[in-house]
Design a protein around this ligand. Sequence first.
Ligand SMILES: NC(=O)c1ccc[n+]([C@@H]2O[C@H](COP(=O)([O-])OP(=O)(O)OC[C@H]3O[C@@H](n4cnc5c(N)ncnc54)[C@H](OP(=O)(O)O)[C@@H]3O)[C@@H](O)[C@H]2O)c1
Length: 458
Amino acid sequence: MYQDHFSLSASSPASAAPPNMPAPLRVGLLGLGTVGGGTLAVLLRNADLIAARAGRRIEVRMVAVRNLERARSVLGAHAASLHLTDDAQVLVHSPEVDVVVDVMGGTTLARTLVLQAIAAGKHVVTANKALLAEHGSEIFAAAQARGVVVAYEGAVAVSIPIIKTLREGLTANRIEWVAGIINGTSNFILSAMRERGLGFAAALTEAQALGYAEADPAFDVQGTDAAHKLSLLAANAFGTLPQYAEVQAEGIEDLQAADVDFAARLGYCVKLLGIAKRRGQGLELRVHPTLLPAGHLLAQVHGSMNAVMVQSDAAGTTLFYGAGAGAEQTGSAVIADLVDLARSASLLPHQRVPALGFARGVQAGLPVVGADEVESAFYVRLDLSRPELAAPRVLQQLAADGVRVERMAQYPHPADPELQCLVLLTAPVRLRTLRPALQTVEGWPEVMGFASLLRLGF
Ligand SMILES: NC(=O)c1ccc[n+]([C@@H]2O[C@H](COP(=O)([O-])OP(=O)(O)OC[C@H]3O[C@@H](n4cnc5c(N)ncnc54)[C@H](OP(=O)(O)O)[C@@H]3O)[C@@H](O)[C@H]2O)c1
């Protein structure tokens, strides 16, 4: 819970309004946790500055939470200047609210409330990537039909204005691919594994102790959160509705410390990437651990930071870096959407920047290329009991099955002195070709267990 900043010298919302300023934009906050608290703190602290930029004051008039006592203790003296309720329905239907800011999380009640707010003719700003990834088609359609805005800069790589960048800054471009480190928890864990040799479990425990990972880290380490965000990035890049169900997501929970170490010795860094890429008339949409050359720009993104790289035909390669989470960091993005609304609310719907960046021609989806058909180089590790015999046989078998090995190394097994780890870096190949070849060698007696398999590059 974010609560340290309300004592900062905040101008009272109604104070110092210059004469002739239009009526304020009246905000209802659904939730006053990390993001709700950070949003309110920045809105109060920078009220005059934000009003000067927006041309109107932006005032929080209502806040809905479950636990009123906790909210009162967070708000302190500010509790008296707004309507605090534990009934979110009251907020979404209140005539005192022009825009509902959804910062409560979850997808079931949040979906209902957001749709109700839209039906009531209110604009919506949300930081809820899960909600838009899973129900975006329905929510964007409802907003379009009702002529209101659904804005969501805070839902993706929060302090990086990447939605605005794709939708506006790069609007002239045909985008070829977007690739990003868009889950700070996973990047923190991967950085700890690489820099300090920690195993996944120890790095996760550290991330939890430092507040970089939730008590239930499943969404982060299984790639789900990154897949949610990727579906929103891809929608803006390629003119589709969010295609979350089509994203092939693999997380980092099965990644072994030995593979991070061997990759480093070969000059690579393992990063969890979200990749959306044009492929013929379709798209690749995938989240997975990826080996990047240690000198790659995305390999320089450490700890819980995020970065998104975009390849487009006119602007070329662009790179955006910043915090991927945090109270005020997300608040900054939420307020950017509020300022856009303050400036554009009086426009006709077709005069506003479209929610997904395309005024016309947004497609329900593009065909997504299956994981087996995506061609890339691979890192393969096999643990061998008799490497002098097995290694040449493995290479022969892979060659016979159409897999070209470009680099090979052998390292002692980290836990079993009887074993050697054979690491192979392949030429680009489809999983459809590589997998059967590996299944053959995995069946041999001198090959122990299953191979580690990681994509190399994108
Ligand atoms: N944290 C981040 O850095 C971050 C970054 C980007 C996006 N987001 C997204 O922002 C959203 C909020 O995240 P958060 O970290 O701020 O969560 P949080 O700290 O858990 O806060 C959630 C808030 O929502 C309120 N709430 C929950 N259920 C409610 C209900 N049924 N009725 C009324 N209020 C309810 C809670 O009230 P009580 O305290 O009374 O229960 C609390 O104030 C999520 O969608 C998240 O994915 C978060």
